[in-house]
Design a protein around this ligand. Structure first.
Ligand SMILES: Cc1cc2nc3c(=O)[nH]c(=O)nc-3n(C[C@H](O)[C@H](O)[C@H](O)COP(=O)(O)OP(=O)(O)OC[C@H]3O[C@@H](n4cnc5c(N)ncnc54)[C@H](O)[C@@H]3O)c2cc1C
Length: 395
């Protein structure tokens, strides 16, 4: 894999304002998002009024610098903001998440002044929705083998190929697309990143897929058919696109880990509440020690994951490269929330399998975290590869 292409974020919100922001997010989650969850799951649609409120709260631009209309959180603050926001169903994070990470990271760090001025303010306000187009029908985990092409033609590039499972594609206005600019390569070298506007002739968005969970968040294929973009659409250096994608994913993985922790905490709270209410054998099931064991295991694992993601975030703010820590946190937290969701269903008994139980819904919602932005197996490969490299360096 290529070397890092840029340093971490330098900005941060002052502690008092950040505290107020967290309070505001928690209130919004409690009063507006949680009450809407069941309807969003049933209708596969987030009401426009809620999207407007999310825009007004600045949730689309949490990590985008203030100079471009964002809130300018540093990594630790963004993780804490997602720990608060993602106590609600993950669909809400999904619709703001790409603007805060995968679509904006490279723009903030590598965009030209013209690219930043054009895209970052509408991404920060939520007026523009971004999408991150890496995966293809024949290249998922092996992302470096992608075959979408971008052929230079005078002052333009001509894009061809298909991108698969692209989150927010049905709603997106700009697509960060990874395509091969050096046809002589077959691996991570020779890939470049492009910003492609939705209305560019030759760009087609497929119909939304039907998913297991996170109803209300949509994804689809994106096809490029002789799609001509100006040379100014190239983001970062030519042929360095794969390194850009990997660095964006480092940050994205921390946000996913934070989301897993928050959802685990929600599932635990739901489980404790039910365990205190439900009576079997003459006492609340929470007084049976085998039920207590499930609650305690979930609590300990969620706490471990919380510590991991915050530690990695603090290190990122100190300028450390945290690829391994981000992979460790994403792998542990996504596996952890799967176990916690499974125990939450168990604690609820038959009710845990029946809608509209929160455990039933979140059990479906959290399954994706072990798959996207690198499966658990890919995180294992990243972590082990770095361990072996470090051993080679230090003996
Ligand atoms: C809801 C959803 C949203 C998504 N959003 C986006 C998005 O916005 N943008 C985007 O670009 N992509 C997106 N994706 C794609 C996602 O990142 C990929 O699905 C994921 O990386 C896995 O790739 P794959 O599906 O091709 O599985 P494969 O790569 O085919 O993997 C299948 C299985 O083989 C295992 N495997 C593969 N290689 C190895 C290996 N070397 N060693 C051990 N095991 C291995 C995997 O771990 C997995 O268990 C999304 C997917 C979903 C389902």
């Amino acid at each position: 894999m290529s070397a890092p292409v840029a340093a971490g974020a330098a900005e941060a919100l002052d502690a008092e304002t950040f505290g107020l922001l967290l309070d505001t997010i928690r209130t919004f989650v409690r009063d507006r998002l949680i009450p809407a969850e069941a309807e969003v799951d049933a209708t596969d649609h987030v009401p426009a009024a809620l999207v407007t409120e999310m825009r007004e709260l600045g949730l689309y631009g949490l990590t985008i610098p203030t100079a471009y209309g964002g809130i300018g959180l540093n990594v630790e603050q963004s993780v804490r903001a997602f720990l608060a926001l993602c106590y609600a169903a993950p669909v809400f994070r999904s619709i703001v998440g790409i603007n805060n990470g995968l679509a904006s990271w490279a723009l903030v760090h590598l965009g030209t002044p013209a690219q930043r001025a054009r895209y970052l303010p509408p991404l920060a306000s939520g007026e523009l929705v971004g999408a991150f187009c890496l995966t293809e029908p024949d290249s998922g985990s092996d992302a470096g083998a992608l075959t979408a092409s971008a052929r230079r033609d005078g002052d333009h590039y001509v894009l061809n190929g298909t991108k698969r499972y692209i989150t927010n594609a049905p709603e997106a206005g700009v697509f960060l697309v990874f395509a091969r600019t050096d046809p002589a390569t077959r691996d991570a070298r020779g890939v470049s990143a492009f910003l492609v506007d939705r209305d560019t002739p030759g760009l087609h968005v497929g119909p939304p897929e039907r998913k297991m969970g996170q109803k209300g968040a949509h994804l689809s294929d994106v096809m490029f058919d002789d799609c001509r973009v100006p040379a100014g659409a190239l983001l970062g250096p030519e042929h360095r696109g794969f390194a850009i994608a990997m660095q964006a994913l480092d940050r994205g993985r921390l946000h996913i880990a934070a989301m897993c922790v928050a959802l685990a905490e929600r599932l635990i709270d739901e489980s404790v509440r039910y365990a205190m209410e439900r009576v079997q054998f003459g006492k609340p099931i929470g007084e049976h020690q085998l039920v207590q064991a499930m609650l305690a295991d979930s609590r300990a694992e969620a706490y471990a994951a919380r510590c991991m993601v915050l530690d990695a975030a603090v290190r990122a703010d100190q300028g450390e490269r945290v690829s391994v820590e981000a992979s460790c946190a994403k792998m542990f937290a996504s596996e952890m929330v799967g176990r916690v969701a499974d125990r939450a269903v168990q604690v609820h008994g038959g009710a845990g399998y029946i809608a509209p139980c929160v455990a039933e819904r979140l059990y479906r919602d959290v399954r994706i975290f072990r798959l996207y932005e690198g499966t658990t197996q890919i995180q294992q490969l990243i972590i082990a590869r770095e361990m072996l490299r470090a051993h080679g360096r230090h003996g």
